[in-house]
Design a binder for this molecule. Structure first.
Ligand code: GTP
Ligand code: MG
Length: 361
């Protein structure tokens, strides 16, 4: 699962990336890190609480991959070679974080001359829509030629239909995110990875003076945009970077001063995680408390396979306790006594936060 940070030049992408990696970098994954890619821990207060209860030797958070991309210019589609190379890189992400500049700073000029969140959101969206349009048009040209000579006309015809529907949406200057996805679309969405279909997190990089108005600003933006598969979260790159260099105590004082309850960056990562359709389940014990990442809707056997392939192949049953049940009765024996520890078969669909123990052959 990989998330790309995109946005106009000087919007704060690299600052966000640096702050994320300072606070949330997963130390176990350090060797995999290169210049602009990092594995970032997903903060989880539930895992923190479980670790307080079990006092394990190791606490392991869920992680996501974050990639810092270069700034995208308005009219990027015009310069073909750069675009295709760059946009191909953007395409490989499962979701995108669009960093939108909201902070005022005269020493850092804005490419479009002024601060305007909504305009910048639309600018990038248009770049993606136009890139997808160019792709769809060239695809349609190829398909028309193929239709003349191909033996498997049904497949070609089907794709033409799909591309024409995509084209209608794009011509209306709507992102493919807004497409009503039909069964036929799924294969092509997966193969072609159109940019305007990707789940999108709008990360508004607000100024220091905006902390008390953040909610108002977010609500204004939400009211203006189509909301399908889009999340909006504010953050404060400059404050967060300073925060990341403080001790825990200083951090608390600092956050109080700005009236912040939870670190906006923690919220941002969590939002990205949810946007990807991901959730966590837990394994607990004195050795290790750990959050595992699964897609929403995965069953007990598939989820066990995330821990170990053997657990998938030799799955017998899973012992399952709901997170809230466990917190209300925080020992395994108590949960067993009260019948809160259930034995579930392979088809059981995991709930967010379930604590499980896999019984395998
Ligand atoms: N005042 C202020 N400056 C910021 C803030 N966020 C970023 N900056 C500054 O803006 C400049 C650009 O920030 P970067 O994080 O490098 O922006 P970027 O989006 O990665 O830029 P490119 O990679 O060149 O597209 C730097 O000088 C940052 O220090 C902020 O919230 N407030
Ligand atoms: Mg940068």
């Amino acid at each position: 699962m990989q998330i790309g940070i995109v946005g106009l030049p000087y919007s704060g992408k690299t600052t966000l990336f640096q702050t994320l990696t300072q606070i949330h970098l997963d130390m176990h994954a350090l060797q995999k890190r290169d210049a602009n890619q990092a594995i970032v821990k997903v903060p989880d207060t539930r895992l923190d609480l479980l670790s307080e209860i079990f006092q394990p030797k190791k606490k392991v958070n869920a992680t996501i991959d974050i990639v810092d991309m270069v700034g995208i210019q308005r009219g990027e589609r015009a310069s073909q070679s750069f675009t295709s190379h760059f946009l191909t890189k953007v395409r490989t992400n499962d979701a995108l974080i669009h960093v939108v500049r909201g902070f005022e700073d005269e020493t850092i000029p804005h490419v479009d001359g002024s601060i305007n969140l909504f305009r910048d959101i639309r600018t990038l969206e248009e770049e993606f829509i136009f890139a997808d349009m160019a792709f769809v048009e060239s695809r349609l040209e190829k398909l028309d030629k193929e239709l003349l000579k191909s033996k498997n006309k049904d497949e070609t015809k089907k794709e033409i239909e799909v591309m024409q529907r995509w084209n209608e949406t794009l011509q209306a200057e709507l992102p493919l995110r807004e497409l009503e996805v039909l069964a036929d679309d799924i294969k092509y969405l997966k193969n072609y990875q159109p940019l305007s279909a990707k789940p999108l997190l709008l990360a508004l990089n607000l100024g220091e003076s905006d902390t008390s108005r953040a909610e108002v600003i977010v609500n204004e933006i939400k009211a203006k945009i189509k909301a399908k598969n889009i999340r909006v979260e504010p953050f404060f790159a400059k404050i967060e970077l300073e925060l990341s260099q403080l001790s825990d105590e200083e951090k608390e004082m600092f956050m109080e001063e700005y009236g912040l309850k939870e670190s906006p960056l923690s919220r941002l990562i969590k939002a990205a995680y949810e946007l990807l359709g991901l959730q966590s389940f837990f394994t607990v014990g004195e050795d290790e408390c750990r959050a595992w990442t699964i897609r929403v809707g995965m069953n007990a056997q598939e989820s066990s396979g995330v821990i170990h392939t053997d657990f998938y192949n030799k799955f017998i049953r899973a012992e399952v306790i709901g997170y809230n049940d466990f917190i209300a009765n925080p020992t395994l024996s108590k949960c067993r006594e009260k019948g809160l520890l259930r034995l579930e078969g392979r088809d059981y669909i995991l709930h967010n936060g379930d604590i499980i123990n896999v019984r395998h052959g």
